[in-house]
Design a protein. Structure first.
Length: 192
């Protein structure tokens, strides 16, 4: 636990925001981190972009405006949950720098925001794509596909940048946990 900014009650919540291309490894790394944070005594919630689109952002398309609205909704929910003391992990493509800055601005008045850029090259993402979406996007069958027919603006100053081409999901998760420890957001001690 760490003291709240300005004194008062202790704060334990934060938002860990994974951004990167489809099939970069965001959700896989997040899924490896959740149990590790829980073992360290944190209450954890994982907001995955695909799942959020099904429940919170149903009806939104993939235009820039709809993508920005989706990210703003995720950030608002994440800010509320983190403010209540949970560690919130977000894994969402979130392709636009402006939308990610807005997400940070929604969270930081209440809790720390840690941006992790999963910077896996598009060639590797296409190679490992479990849904076959890149092949369809390259063939022109999918419009507004991030990294192919729609832009992905890489973060300028993320708290951590990962390339999962050579690293295993466990190694990537370990790098994220080490960074969270450096930022004094989590302890290295297992409590359960």
């Amino acid at each position: 636990m760490r003291p709240a900014r300005g004194g008062g009650a202790e704060v334990s919540g934060f938002v860990l925001w994974f951004t990167g291309l489809s099939a970069a490894g965001k959700t896989t790394i997040a899924s490896n981190i959740v149990p590790e944070l829980e073992r360290r005594g944190l209450v954890v919630d994982h907001l995955d972009g695909d799942i959020v689109r099904t429940h919170l952002s149903k009806g939104l398309g993939f235009s820039k405006e709809d993508r920005d609205a989706n990210i703003a909704r995720i950030a608002w929910v994440a800010s509320r949950v983190a403010r209540a003391g949970a560690a919130v992990i977000v894994s969402a493509i979130s392709p636009y720098e402006e939308a990610r800055r807005h997400a940070r601005s929604l969270v930081e008045p209440h809790s720390p925001f840690v941006e992790v850029h999963v910077a896996t090259p598009i060639e590797e993402c296409a190679r490992r794509d479990p849904k076959g979406l890149y092949a369809k996007a390259f063939a022109g069958e999918i419009g507004e596909f991030t990294g192919v027919s729609a832009p992905y603006e890489a973060p300028v100053h993320p708290e951590l940048r990962l390339d999962t081409t050579e690293a295993t999901p466990a190694e990537s998760a370990a790098a994220v946990l080490a960074r969270l420890e450096e930022l004094n957001l989590v302890s290295s001690e297992v409590v359960r």
